[in-house]
Design a protein around this ligand. Structure first.
Ligand SMILES: [Zn+2]
Length: 463
């Protein structure tokens, strides 16, 4: 009963989200005229006389307000003190109180010049767009999890038919049954353990271990998946399982036949056990490449009658003649928040290579975006007209080549697309990590010059 209520609220919030992003639709104009003529729907208050419909919209709106924030573009829409804009995944404002003179300041007043427009985002999804699923999770969050029963879950299709090793299927089944002995589960069975995650100290649940822990998120970010794992709102594994296992792999055909997703979960679990029992801490890159390696070995071994010939491999996409291929990569240092960017323009007899040092870079993903932006600027300077940009960051390529958005990349993707209008033809293509070695080496080389400790962890994802 409670679930129905939450789901209903989540649907109502969807209406609110549409009205917010599309204020000129007919319904938006009608409601505005009647109920919030002088302000936005976010500030609208209850009227003494109002329709049932409008009351419902307000309920959904209130759900949105709990979990919305701004991503900064030009900063003119955002009040420094009143709007949440400091953090992408929760609502955070600067500590006040503001002085008289600063009370009306906008974020634009802090910036040197403009860029993309500010954008209101929903914190429950990675892309910042509201979805009913994530709204539902926020709505039920106040209530401690009631163990959902699995009536209607298709075990045969969702677990036993997976194209992966039996041990991984069994592991998947245990995950969904909630019998993997993570800290939280052991505690429920009254076994004395330290129930915290060894990596971050948060409560170790199955969803934490596999999706919400920073470490797991890094592994998923590196994984070449389409549309990509959005683990921020993921709370009920059984609900999201079919869609996460249907993620398309961006690996070249023939490397892995089935979904790589169960293998990644398996590898996360193995990495966790090595940390807990042996004290060995693998990197996210290692954890992912272990998963891909095991999936590949399984693929080869389970289909011996289908040899890995050139026929079963997809031919590589050939760019039209005259198109330059430009590859970029970045190496990022968490300790100094700096990055090395490297990019290569393929040409004969010798490739043109570039590198640059970048400061104040918040994440490896941002570093990839900035590296590609530098590459775009170089191509502009050289007046190249037909270009294909290649990067091994699946997330970045997805944002550039589809409508997908990642709040963190909002402004850099805007810049890249804007700058790319200069070219006659342009495309953005994902490239496997191990084929991006030259740009990778440039990026690492640059970072190493500034920070000698970072080299030495070059991971070749497929070797
Ligand atoms: Zn953790």
């Amino acid at each position: 009963m409670r679930d129905c209520q939450s789901f209903n609220d989540a649907l109502l919030a969807k209406i609110g989200w549409r009205l917010l992003n599309n204020p000129n639709c007919l319904l938006g104009k009608l409601l505005k005229g009647k109920y919030f003529a002088d302000c936005s729907i976010l500030q609208a208050t209850e009227a003494s006389v109002m329709s049932h419909g409008w009351r419902s919209v307000l309920i959904g709106r209130d759900l949105l307000l709990k979990n919305m924030g701004w991503t900064v573009g030009d900063g003119v829409s955002i009040n420094i003190w009143q709007d949440p804009w400091l953090c992408l995944n929760k609502q955070e404002r600067p500590m006040g109180p503001p002085s008289e003179q600063s009370v009306d300041l906008c974020v634009a007043d802090l910036l040197v010049d403009g860029g993309a427009q500010d954008k209101l985002i929903w914190s429950g999804t990675k892309g910042g767009e509201y979805s009913v699923k994530s709204g539902y999770y926020v709505a039920v969050e106040e209530e401690p999890d009631t163990r959902r029963n699995d009536a209607g879950f298709n075990w045969k299709r969702n677990v036993w038919a997976l194209d992966c090793a039996p041990k991984v299927k069994l592991f998947a089944w245990k995950l969904l049954k909630g019998v993997i002995p993570v800290g939280e589960r052991l505690l429920e069975r009254h076994i004395e353990v330290d129930l915290r995650c060894k990596r971050c100290g948060n409560n170790e649940s199955i969803t934490h271990l596999l999706f919400q822990c920073q470490f797991a998120q890094k592994v998923w970010q590196l994984a070449p998946l389409l549309p990509g794992m959005d683990s921020s709102g993921m709370l009920v594994l059984m609900v999201v399982w079919p869609s996460i296992c249907n993620q398309k792999s961006l690996l070249p055909a023939g490397i892995v036949n089935g979904s790589v997703v169960p293998w990644v979960m398996w590898s996360l679990w193995k990495a966790r056990n090595r940390l807990v029992f042996e004290g060995f801490s693998a990197s996210p890159e290692d954890t992912l490449s272990t998963a891909i390696r095991m999936a590949r070995e399984w693929s080869l071994q389970s289909k011996p009658e289908k040899p890995d010939t050139s026929r079963s491999r997809k031919p590589e996409m050939i760019a039209p003649t005259g198109t330059r291929i430009v590859r970029s990569d970045a190496a990022w240092s968490a300790s100094s928040l700096t990055a090395g960017a490297g990019w290569v323009i393929l040409s004969s007899p010798q490739n043109m290579t570039f590198q640059q040092h970048l400061e104040f870079v918040a994440s490896p993903l941002m570093a990839e975006g900035l590296a590609l932006r530098e590459a775009v600027l170089t191509c502009q300077r050289l007046k190249l007209q037909h270009i294909r940009f290649e990067s091994d960051s699946a997330q970045l390529i997805k944002c550039l080549s589809s409508n997908e958005t990642i709040a963190e990349l909002h402004s850099v993707v805007f810049d890249i697309l804007k700058l790319s209008e200069f070219f006659d033809s342009v495309s953005f293509v994902w490239l496997p990590r191990e084929r991006n070695v030259e740009a990778d080496a440039l990026a690492k080389g640059d970072l190493a010059m500034f920070e000698p400790l970072v080299v030495g962890e070059i991971v070749n994802a497929l070797n």
